[in-house]
Design a protein around this ligand. Sequence first.
Ligand code: PFF
Length: 433
Amino acid sequence: MENNRPEWSSHLSFIVATVGSAVGLGNIWRFPYIMGKNGGAVFLITYILLIAFICIIPLCSELGLGKLYKKDVINTFKSIKPKYAWIGWLCIITVTLIPCFYFVVGGWILNYIWVFLTGNTAHNYADYFNSFSSQIYMPCFLTILFLLMTAIFPFRGVNSGIEKANNLMMPLFVIMLLILAGFALTLPGAKEGLAFMFKPDFSQFNKTMILTALGQALFTLSIGMGTILTYGSYMKENTNIVKSAYTLILCDTFIAVSAGIMIFPIVFSFGTEPSAGVSLAFISMPQMFAQLPCASLFGLIFFVLLFFASITSGISMLETTVSAFIDNLKISRKKATVLTVFIISLISIPASLSFGVLKYFKIFDKTVFDLLDYSTSNIFLPFNTLIICLITGWCIPQFWKKVFGEGFIGGLFNILLKFIVPIILIFVLITGI
Ligand code: PFF
């Protein structure tokens, strides 16, 4: 059992790990198609404003809680007041449910890596994807394989597992992303793609778009489930929270925008719909790669890139649960990881099957996969974030001074934390439900 809480070996490792958590399928796969569906440039502007002035607040709150209490998410809330332990449990439920659908997509990614590695590419990816994802055994097997590959790192510990994985994979990820984005810019549709991303059409501005942008911002920053709190609890004493939070936001947004620069020129060059949704990564992109010279190579780079992005986020999800199990169930890190893997496998199998045999099994009119995705992103995340803001804003004396510092910025952030962000989140929740 761990007596002393582990600590990142350097400030850079802390930043790389939190960026690794934040940058995931949300940036590469979800951000471009949501942006495509919501009007391009206007969405981007709204998103950047929300992330810089609104989401920064809960992000700093979670980092602050981690730094001040240096505990897992459940004990953090218990330390504020024993009767608040349920908030920690709620975060743990959320962060355990997310990998149950996220890792199904991880399994698909493993399959596509195999396809491009062996050169067994398909002719029609729509048919290919539908027939593959509706199978029983292979997608389940790959989901569990992805889960096990991710679990190796929390199993080995913070420094020798998580830190090493992020320090290796994140630079490779950024290099591959820049190579693909650079290549995309040489395609004939580059101008149109860039115009779609950066030339705003303000007639597209509407309420739904703002809510979608906020939901996406919370998801991409991994806020509202204790992940950032847990990574924050391993930070060094002298870390500046506001600066670290803005660094994280900057890196996350840079990567999301680069993903757009990689995807939209390709989309416009081949005349696909920018709002193609879930199928953008698994049907449209491979279909377009197939028409390029060196198709297998580009396909392989794209899916390895998705793999790195999803595994570093997956590690942070598992670590949040593992850390809470170690401290609350008083078990070793290895046992806590095995228990986490066991719980996630049980739920992720029906999620995977919901593309095939369980297609018509619906709860609240949603398949298991959709229900997990919808309830975590639209209900749990905003709700948990709201509670975290209320607790840090109203129940911990001087929290804002310790985290934001005094002076004008501190005062402004305090008002945002206590009033403005909670009101916006309540509004999001009511609309989401
Ligand atoms: N931020 C990740 C993404 O954008 O893909 C998703 C995520 C990571 C959600 C970690 C939850 C979490 F705990």
